[in-house]
Each structure stands twice: as structure tokens, then as C-alpha cells.
Design a protein around this ligand. Structure first.
Ligand code: GLN
Length: 504
């Protein structure tokens, strides 16, 4: 079996020179590219070259000994810096965890390793996954390969750019409110958030536990399916994990026809803040779905406007509780302060957390506090139920829902940092789905020209609970008749390691 069997040409083959070269050579090339590109784009917080080389040699030996290769044999992958692999630094983009090396390996990472994948490092992210642009990373932002003066989206910024810049064919992000499919849209790649619970969260450092979900980036739907099938499935270490069958059934059908499928188009997903170019690209994409045989049906998701406030109550409440563990005793940074125990807690957290994380801990503590709990947290839970019902009603009459992934294309670094509320709006079209635990993918669907720079636009496809395979089937049909997934950042076109253009 060739090393690239089962992996799409636009995915792995783009990175590998020859399908049957040694894994060792693949890893050497991968690091050449990382060395050339990373200084400009700041993708990784940590690379693990010695580890990757050791694993490559082991895999080459196993192949020579006739062992059957796993489905991700020799594939270099990048992990977001909130994922645990024993010995890798997972600092969550935070000073409080700088230098923290995971003492154990996440279930989903172990499954990737068992399938033959080679983790090459941990990627930059908004601190504790709180943000939409990577500007909340304590270690400086990642840059968008389409225009390095712009943000790549977030919070899984480094993983998105690792794939968009062709450093690795597959990278993992985590999604709490859009952190994978929003950066996928802004970087012109695929990002898939599965149904909540499809992938074990054991070994994913928590932000909002009722929302967090491990989610992959890739350059083709086929690669997304492959990595999902490797990672999914029950895990005794995560009781919220579903025991779902592999994603295959709906893919066996003719991928080039959507006859008989109805696509709901929610009016609320075309708000006035939508950038004109984004609207145009998404409307054209909807017309393509129609040409493939799908029927477009207007639907309404009437509580959409409450999604952002609901999310920022619930996610901050959960974060304030999850982040209580960073107290200077068990993990990472310790600052002695006035010498008392309380003083050490306070000094450690004051020095270790950045402004956005502190803002969210304060907000989350407030909404959970006695006297305010029901007015804020209880109410937000009720609003979450209404948002979920909106989707349930819509899915009574349609198979999938489609719209723009992000209301805006990539914006300039620094453009929105002064106003957190404006930054929160970039999640307006992703958080309703996250709050409802539904599967969604962003697929590249066009470009918008801003200041004569082409910037990618993403089409989001949302499915009903456990409708992951259906979402991927529609995405695959769209991908099969369009060229957008093959577009590369212009400055990356000579990409085999040569760093050309792109003033950072
Ligand atoms: N941008 C959203 C936030 O800041 C979502 C982040 C995420 O999905 N991790 O919380």
C-alpha cells in the first residue's frame, strides 16, 4: 500500500514530494518548511523535531518489517497547545502554563499515534482558547498566510495556519464557540466541528466543558473523514463521549448529486453586518448546491440574536470554574506574593493570566455568584434550550442548514482589540451551533478582494444532532464541483520550503 492511499491529493500529497518516500524524509521536509515559514507566520509555540524524527525511524522500520500501515501512517500533524501528549509542552497560549509538559496522553492523540500519525509540535492559540484572532495569545499573534498583516481567526489559529500554509496536511483545533470553523473560513481550508461528544475530551485542557470539542482542520473533506474516524468513539475516561459508528454510511452514496436533499437558509445568518463580498460568495455557493440538486428552503432561527450573550454567560461561567485549578500549587507558574497562601494564589493568577482570561473569570464568577445565579446563569441555560429548539424545529423540514461561517473576512491585526464586544460579534454565526452541540463544517467557497488582496470566504453547513456524516456528504459534493479548496495563499505558492514574499 502506498503511503498516500486514502488521503486526498489536495491534502497529504501537497506536502509529500513522492508518495512512497521514507517517513524520515517526509519529516525532514516538514521541518524544513516549518523553519522557513514559522518566523513569518508564528504557527508553533513548540516544535518537537527530535521526537518526530524518532517516530519516523520507528515507522520506517515497522514498514520494512512488514507491519501493516495505519490509516494515518507517517502523516505529520500539528496539535493545538491545549492538547496533551506526554512530554509535549501544552501551555494553552498562557504564561501561567509556560513550560508545562503534559504528564499523560489524550485519548484522541493516542488514537492518532496508533494510526501512524506523527505529531510535530503544539500550535499557537488565544490564551485558553478565549478569542477569535490569536491576539489573546501570551506569545504574540499568528498571521494569516493570505495576508500576514491580518489575523487568521481563532482561537485555534496556529493549527489553521499550519494547514493553510501547507506545513502539515492535518491539524487539530478545539472548538468551544467556533474556534475551528471560523479560522478555517478565514484561512481558506476545511474545519469540522463534530457533534458534541463524538471525540473524547480526555486530555483536552478544559475551557467550557459543555461546549469543548476536538475538531480537525484539513484541505479536503476526505482527510477530515479519515481523521474523524480515527479519533471518534467511546472512551471510559470521558463519560460525555458518544459511542458513534464510523462516518461512512452516507458517503457511500453518489457524491456528485444532492438530489432530494433540502438545505435550510436562515434569514438570521445574513445580517446587515455581513460583509458584501462574503454575502456574494455564500449566495453563489447556495446556487451551486441548488445546481447539484438540493432544494433551498428559507428557515428561521429566531433566537439567533441571543446566542452571543448566552454563550458569553455560559462559557465564562464554565471557564471560571475550570481555570480555578491554576493556583500556583499544581501547575506551571508560581509567584510568591506576600508569602501567605492566599497571597501566592493571587500573585500567581495576576501575573499568569492575560487580560481577556481575567475578564472572563470575573464575568463567570459574577454570573455564578449567589444572588445573581438565577438571573444570569439560570436564564442563559433557558436561552440555550431555546436556541437548541430553533434548530430542532428547522431540522423537521430540512436536512442541513447553510450560511456564511463568519460575517467578516480576515481583519487586520489590532483592528478589533480595543473593543472586546466587537470581537465577540465575529462568533455570531458559530456560537448558536456550538451551544446546541451540533455538527458543522466550513468549506472554502470563494474569495473577497480587500485592498487588492484576495481573502477566503467559508460556507458553513450545519447538521442535526449526530448528523455528522450528512454534513460531510454535502461538503464533499460541494467540493467535488468547485475549485475553492485548491486555492492557495498567493504568497505560499512556491511553498516547498522557500519563503517568498509576504512582509510580516
Ligand atoms: N471566539 C470564541 C471565544 O472567544 C470561541 C472560542 C472557542 O471556540 N474556543 O470564546
Amino acid at each position: 500500500m502506498s503511503r498516500t492511499d486514502g488521503l486526498d491529493a489536495v491534502g497529504l500529497r501537497d506536502v509529500l514530494a513522492r508518495g512512497d518516500e521514507s517517513v524520515e524524509a517526509t519529516i525532514a521536509e516538514t521541518f524544513d518548511r516549518i523553519d522557513a515559514v514559522d518566523p513569518r507566520l508564528h504557527v508553533f509555540l513548540n516544535t518537537e523535531r527530535a521526537y518526530a524524527e524518532r517516530r519516523a525511524i520507528e515507522l520506517d522500520r515497522a514498514r520494512a518489517a512488514g507491519e501493516p500501515p495505519g490509516p494515518l501512517f507517517g502523516v505529520p500533524i500539528a496539535l493545538k497547545a491545549n492538547m496533551c501528549l506526554e512530554g509535549f509542552e501544552s501551555n494553552c497560549g498562557s504564561k501561567i502554563l509556560a513550560g508545562y509538559r503534559a504528564p499523560y496522553t489524550a485519548t484522541f492523540v493516542q488514537r492518532l499515534l496508533d494510526a501512524g500519525a506523527i505529531p510535530v509540535g503544539t500550535t499557537n492559540m488565544d490564551e485558553f482558547a478565549m478569542g477569535s484572532s490569536s491576539e489573546n495569545s501570551a506569545f504574540g499573534p499568528t498571521r494569516n498566510p493570505w495576508d500576514p498583516s491580518r489575523i487568521p481567526g481563532g482561537s485555534s489559529s496556529g493549527s489553521a495556519v499550519a494547514v493553510a500554509a501547507g506545513l502539515v496536511p492535518i491539524a487539530l483545533g478545539s472548538d468551544t464557540g467556533g474556534s475551528v470553523w471560523q479560522p478555517a473560513a478565514l484561512c481558506g481550508i476545511h474545519g469540522f466541528k463534530p457533534t458534541y461528544g463524538r471525540v473524547s475530551r480526555y486530555g483536552l485542557i478544559a475551557f467550557g466543558s459543555s461546549l469543548d470539542q476536538v475538531s480537525p482542520f484539513a484541505r479536503s473533506v476526505r482527510d477530515i473523514e479519515l481523521v474523524m474516524n480515527v479519533m471518534s468513539g467511546a472512551d471510559a475516561n470521558d463519560s460525555t463521549c458518544l459511542d458513534e459508528p464510523p462516518l461512512e454510511p452516507e458517503h457511500a452514496r453518489d457524491p456528485s448529486s444532492l438530489a432530494g436533499l433540502s438545505v435550510g437558509v436562515p434569514q438570521e445568518y445574513f445580517p446587515s453586518i455581513l460583509e458584501v463580498g462574503v454575502r456574494r460568495a455564500v449566495e453563489a455557493a447556495l446556487a451551486t448546491l441548488e445546481k447539484l440538486g438540493a432544494k433551498l428552503v428559507p428557515v428561521t432561527l429566531p433566537h439567533t440574536e441571543f446566542a452571543i450573550p448566552t454563550y458569553y454567560v455560559l462559557a465564562t461561567a464554565e471557564a471560571s470554574s475550570n481555570l480555578a485549578r491554576y493556583d500556583g500549587v499544581r501547575y506551571g507558574l508560581r509567584v510568591d506574593g506576600d508569602g501567605s497562601l492566599q497571597g501566592m494564589f493571587a500573585a500567581t493568577r495576576a501575573a499568569g493570566f492575560g487580560a481577556e482570561v481575567k475578564r472572563r473569570i470575573l464575568l463567570g464568577t459574577y454570573v455564578l455568584s449567589a444572588g445573581y445565579y438565577d438571573a444570569w446563569y439560570g436564564r442563559a441555560l433557558r436561552a440555550r434550550a431555546l436556541l437548541r429548539q430553533d434548530f430542532e424545529r428547522a431540522f423537521e423540514s430540512v436536512d442541513v442548514i447553510a450560511g456564511p461561517t463568519s460575517p467578516l473576512a480576515a481583519f487586520k491585526i489590532g483592528e478589533k482589540t480595543a473593543d472586546p464586544l466587537e470581537m465577540y460579534l465575529s462568533d455570531a454565526l458559530t456560537v448558536p451551533t456550538s451551544l446546541s452541540g451540533l455538527p458543522a463544517i466550513s468549506v472554502p467557497c470563494g474569495v473577497v478582494e480587500v485592498d487588492s488582496t484576495p481573502l477566503p470566504v467559508g460556507l458553513q453547513l450545519i447538521g442535526p444532532h449526530r448528523g455528522d456524516a450528512r454534513v460531510l456528504r454535502v461538503a464533499r459534493a460541494f467540493e467535488s464541483v468547485t475549485e475553492f479548496a485548491r486555492a492557495r495563499p498567493p504568497r505560499m505558492l512556491d511553498a516547498r520550503g522557500a519563503a517568498r514574499g509576504g512582509r510580516a
